[in-house]
Structure formats: C-alpha cells, structure tokens
Design a protein around this ligand. Structure first.
Ligand SMILES: [Fe+2]
Ligand SMILES: [Fe+2]
Length: 167
C-alpha cells in the first residue's frame, strides 16, 4: 500500500499506516543490529548497540500493545526509507577496512537510523494525542525517549574519541 493509497482516508487510517511503517522499521533494525555489533570494535560502542538492540525488542512489543489498544491488526507494511538507510549502512560498514574508521561509520549509520525513528515517533505521539489516544501516546513517547537517549549516547561516543581516534 503506497502512502497516498486510496485506503488512507482519515487521520485514523494515516495513524495506523504509520504505526505499520515503524513496526516494519523496528523489526528490520532489530535484524540488522547484530552485524553492526559484530563489526564494532570500540567496547563502549559494542555494548551500547547491544543494549539498544534489547530496547529495540521492547519498542516492537510496545508497538504491538499500541496496535491492540487501538483495536488495529498487528501488521507491518514495507518501509523503503528504512530499507535504504540500512542498506547504505551495510555497504558503508562493509567497505571500510580501518577499525576505527569502521566505528565512525557505524556511529554515523546508527544515528541515521535513530533520527528516522525519532521523526516517526514524534509524529505518531502527536497524532495519537490528536486522536484522543493518550494511552497510545504515552507508549509511543516511551519509545521516542529511548531513541533520543540512544542518539545522544552515540553523539557523546563520537565526540569523546571514536571519531578523533579515526582521524
Ligand atoms: Fe526503536
Ligand atoms: Fe533506535
């Protein structure tokens, strides 16, 4: 179903479609993280990615809860945006030979993923409120907060030396 498919008529349809989009994205992210974790050499980066993979599983479960609370079918729709981000990450990380440069590439790729998630959860939490679904908004906000925290940890890691070591 394309974004401007005739199946999307109301705000509620748009909300559910976007939930399906981020649900797909979270599952793809969860699948792709082990490869990044394996390639990462900085122990803090490795550990941070591992911890975020655990959080990502939690995001998937919270989304399932949102679907159920909203009375919608738990379903994923293809999200070409996250496929592109993950594909590019895979290419980039695979091409670099220097370990520290690899870490810098992983941080950059992981931040692109976090920013995608942040934009989706920001929108979804706002729409949930508009639709009078404070219960769904609260769950989406929890995911959003964890994405923000993951993103800022990556920034700190990059600034604290991973990028400098690579220079
Ligand atoms: Fe997530
Ligand atoms: Fe994330």
């Amino acid at each position: 179903m394309g974004l401007f498919s005739k199946d999307i008529k109301t705000m509620d349809d748009l909300f559910v479609h976007t939930l399906q989009d981020i649900y797909y994205a979270e599952k793809q992210i969860h699948k792709s993280l082990p490869k990044m974790i394996e390639k990462a050499t900085d122990p803090q980066l490795k550990q941070g990615l591992e911890a975020h993979r655990g959080e990502t599983q939690g995001h998937i479960e919270r989304l399932e809860q949102v679907f159920r609370q909203h009375g919608a079918e738990v379903k994923a729709v293809n999200c070409p945006a996250i496929d592109g981000i993950l594909e590019e990450a895979d290419d980039l990380v695979g091409e670099v030979e220097d370990k520290q440069v690899t870490d810098a590439a992983i941080i950059a790729a992981a931040q692109a993923v976090e920013h995608y998630e942040i934009t989706r959860y920001g929108t979804l939490a706002a729409w949930a409120k508009q639709l009078g679904r404070e219960d769904c908004a609260a769950l989406l906000q929890q995911n959003l907060d964890e994405e923000f925290a993951a993103d800022s940890k990556l920034t700190k890691l990059a600034e604290s030396g991973v990028n400098r070591k690579a220079a």
